[in-house]
Design a protein around this ligand. Structure first.
Ligand SMILES: [Zn+2]
Length: 242
């Protein structure tokens, strides 16, 4: 069996027995991979500090269906700037948990890999802001094929136009003919979210306050529906953003 050399982010780690650890990696080459790191708890010689959540590493692993075997892990960066700030830690952990919860195993997603890298690189030098969080989320949903209706009604396919859309409970955005109640989504909110999909660069699309709150409602709803479980990091994130 040959060993694969992989670029990866550590999404999560789980202690196993007295000396081992199971890690979830988001790799550029293979997508999400679960790997067994033998001796990772007992001796730090082999993996050092590389197996920390949201560390960016170069890994050598024997890839198998189910549980792969991690042979070596070398740090590219542990993002010391992020680790010095609680709000940034909260956002980085959230990014990792979202990827862990929403991506299929063993399916390469290079665009999503670059998106994660771009957000962590940005937070390494800049404060964590909600605009960037929402930018990350809409792009993540889009890459995974879960993009909410932003142009046409999710029910009758009519274009939204200047009246914008409504977000009924438990549904996707619909036009004002298809629903009479729901949270309003202004045309500018839909336009801002579409603009986020037109660039891979953080910081180019401003979110005014009202847009941020409307987009947040739509994205929170869509992500919760696809994650299928409550994300542990979300509570921490909400405390940090309050
Ligand atoms: Zn409609």
């Amino acid at each position: 069996m040959h060993t694969d050399k992989l670029q990866a982010f550590v999404l999560s780690t789980l202690d196993y027995g007295d000396s081992d650890r199971i890690v979830s990696l988001f790799t550029l080459e293979q997508g999400r991979v679960r790997a067994f790191a033998r001796g990772a708890r007992k001796s730090r010689k082999r993996f050092g500090a590389a197996l920390e959540t949201f560390a960016r590493i170069e890994a050598q692993a024997r890839i198998k269906d189910g549980l792969s075997s991690l042979q070596q892990a070398d740090i590219i960066t542990i993002y010391p700037g992020i680790r010095a700030d609680l709000a940034r830690i909260a956002h980085a952990l959230y990014a990792c948990e979202l990827v862990d919860a929403l991506t299929p195993e063993g399916h390469p997603l290079p665009r999503l890999y670059r998106l994660v890298a771009a957000w962590l690189d940005r937070m390494e030098t800049e404060a964590a802001v909600e605009d960037d969080r929402r930018f990350f989320e809409i792009n993540l949903l889009n890459i995974l094929g879960y993009r909410p209706a932003l142009e046409n009604c999710g029910r009758c396919d009519a274009p939204f136009g200047p009246a914008g859309a409504l977000l009924p409970n438990g549904d996707e955005p619909v036009c004002h003919s298809c629903a009479t109640t729901g949270k309003p989504l202004a045309a500018t909110t839909l336009k801002t979210l579409r603009a986020c999909l037109g660039t891979g660069r953080f910081g180019l699309v401003p979110f005014p306050d009202e847009t941020l709150s409307q987009a947040g409602g739509l994205l929170d709803h869509a992500l919760a529906a696809h994650a299928g479980r409550r994300l542990k990091s979300l509570e921490f994130l909400q405390q940090m953003s309050a």
